[in-house]
Design a protein around this ligand. Structure first.
Ligand SMILES: Nc1ncnc2c1ncn2[C@@H]1O[C@H](COP(=O)(O)OP(=O)(O)OP(=O)(O)O)[C@@H](O)[C@H]1O
Ligand SMILES: [Mg+2]
Length: 264
């Protein structure tokens, strides 16, 4: 059987440098125990600015482990991770936290909003510790992000007063206030019905077309078809790295609405 690990091409001279470059990435949990968990077993790939990448694979294949490392929430056991050219795999925790808050935006399956805060206050949270951003600027930037995700008329609503799709939009606005280099999303449509999930995907696609780099974990093929590229993990290894013509989420949604409703 041929080696499953796809080769990583070095960037073609004259092309833009990758925003993410990982090489021989390994993550072993409990390395000194009798049963170490080899969650990532040597991944190598690069992501160019402006890409929209879907990360797929069975439960336990290492997707969240990879996202945690890409998100600077965890460090690899070995291998390198370059974010915008800087090797962050050996950075100290404090520096990682600062990188995380300035360069990366996160969206999770369960939204992770603070229920007592309004949409505006939730969206402002990542700017809370930024000394270089005034209170007024914070408010203005959070408002701008909420307008961008289509929630201009819900600024003062609390999450509990909004639908799941609207809550996830607040989470996207919160991820955007720092104008991140990359948006990392771990199953962002996992808690939404098909229709709402596609609406959210259309929003992500719109942000991507405006230049945002997105890396998104998903289990659903209907979601993955809207990305430009698929990375598929199996047992901590990259078994597929394929580019594809992305489906248009808005068109997909329109087609769905044409069909007679039988699941609602
Ligand atoms: N903190 C941890 N300590 C020990 N083992 C862990 C830890 N986190 C994950 N693992 C193990 O590492 C492997 C990869 O887990 P990971 O959460 O990355 O999978 P996943 O692809 O995100 O799965 P899912 O689709 O269920 O979310 C699994 O065997 C898991 O049990
Ligand atoms: Mg996971």
């Amino acid at each position: 059987m041929p080696a499953l690990q796809p080769e990583t091409r070095d960037p073609i001279p004259g092309t833009r440098p990758p925003v993410i470059a990982v090489r021989d990435l390994v993550k072993t949990y409990d390395p000194n125990s009798p049963n170490p968990v080899r969650a990532l077993q040597g991944l190598s790939f690069q992501i160019q600015p402006g890409e929209f990448v879907a990360v797929m694979g069975a439960s336990g294949s290492g997707k969240s482990t990879l996202m945690n490392i890409l998100g600077c929430l965890d460090r690899p056991t070995s291998g390198t991770y370059r974010l915008d050219g800087a090797d962050v795999s050996r950075e100290r925790r404090r520096r990682l936290a600062s990188l995380r808050s300035r360069a990366l935006g996160f969206v999770f399956q369960n939204f992770q909003l603070l229920p007592r805060l309004t949409a505006l206050e939730n969206a402002e949270l990542p700017l809370q510790y930024r000394r270089d951003v005034s209170t007024r600027q914070r408010r203005a930037r959070a408002e701008e992000a909420l307008v961008k995700v289509g929630l201009a008329d819900k600024l003062r609503r609390r999450p509990t007063e909004l639908s799941g799709g609207q809550q996830q939009r607040i989470a996207i606005a919160r991820a955007l206030v720092n104008t991140p280099r990359v948006l990392l999303a771990d199953e962002p449509t996992g808690n939404l019905d098909t229709h709402t999930g596609l609406e959210l995907l259309a929003l992500l696609q719109q942000l991507n077309r405006a230049g945002l780099t997105i890396v998104m974990v998903t289990h659903e093929n209907d979601v993955a078809v809207c990305a430009m590229r698929r990375l598929i993990l199996r047992d901590g290894r990259l078994v597929t790295d394929a580019r594809q013509q992305p489906a248009d989420a808005q068109a997909h949604l329109a087609a769905l609405l044409q069909q007679p409703a039988n699941d609602s």
